[in-house]
Design a protein around this ligand. Structure first.
Ligand code: PRP
Length: 210
């Protein structure tokens, strides 16, 4: 597996919070707050390459050169679990538009099934952050990226909490232009295509639907 296009964000707070997320005794409120702290740190890294334009600003003292974002930012959560990562981006970019891609993984075939799509106008020119806590087989991410590309998007980054090497390889193979920002690369997948050791089903744990 090549990690050339993958950023693994290492930070003591991330390591502590990942452990909270992995712990099966963690309650829904504790799960949500640990998720939101990690997501904030990941978002900081995912937004680092944002292009800037110079602008003139006048301070109370004199004119100087400042910066403004050169591109619009659009966050696209893969429903449902990706919704838990949206606020991490919008706290930094309050004007970011949010697109939604609905996809669940069929429990028998493990293939992604599309059920919803709503993307904002002008997304083709935006800097798009596709977000989902889990990258397992990579099927959902690969399909979602394909969907965004079909809509004309050329600038896509994928942000996730936990990934399996299989998922990283799948995304790299199908979409080598899309960088991945993750907090952890786990050992692999079990026979049910769940990430091992992972944290179980992120969507169920975020929304209390276990
Ligand atoms: C989970 C997860 C990802 C997908 C990862 O979603 O949130 O979207 O599976 O698996 P993959 O990489 O093998 O495609 P799930 O199907 O549980 O739906 P949910 O978000 O509605 O819980």
């Amino acid at each position: 597996m090549t990690l050339e296009k993958t950023t693994i964000v290492e930070h003591p707070v991330v390591a502590r919070d990942l452990t909270i997320l992995r712990d099966k005794t963690t309650s829904t409120p504790q799960f949500r707050s640990a998720l939101s702290r990690i997501a904030t740190i990941l978002a900081y890294h995912a937004l680092k390459p944002l292009p800037l334009n110079d602008i003139e600003v006048e301070t109370p003292i004199q004119k100087t050169t400042g910066s403004k974002l050169a591109k619009e930012v659009v966050v696209v959560p893969i429903l449902r679990a990706g919704l838990g990562l949206v606020d991490a981006i919008t706290q930094f970019i309050p004007e970011a538009k949010v697109g939604h891609l609905g996809m669940y993984r069929d429990e028998e075939t493990h293939q992604p099934v599309d059920y919803y799509s709503k993307l904002p106008k002008g997304i083709e020119d935006a800097y798009v952050l596709l977000v989902d806590p889990m990258l397992a087989t990579g099927g959902s991410a690969v399909d979602s990226i394909g969907h965004l590309k079909k809509a004309g998007v050329t600038n896509i980054r994928f942000m996730c909490l936990i990934s399996a090497p299989e998922g990283i390889e799948h995304v790299n193979k199908e979409h080598p232009d899309v960088p991945i920002i993750t907090a952890a690369v786990d050992h692999g997948l079990n026979e049910n295509r769940f990430i091992v050791p992972g944290l179980g089903d992120a969507g169920d744990r975020i929304f209390g639907t276990q």
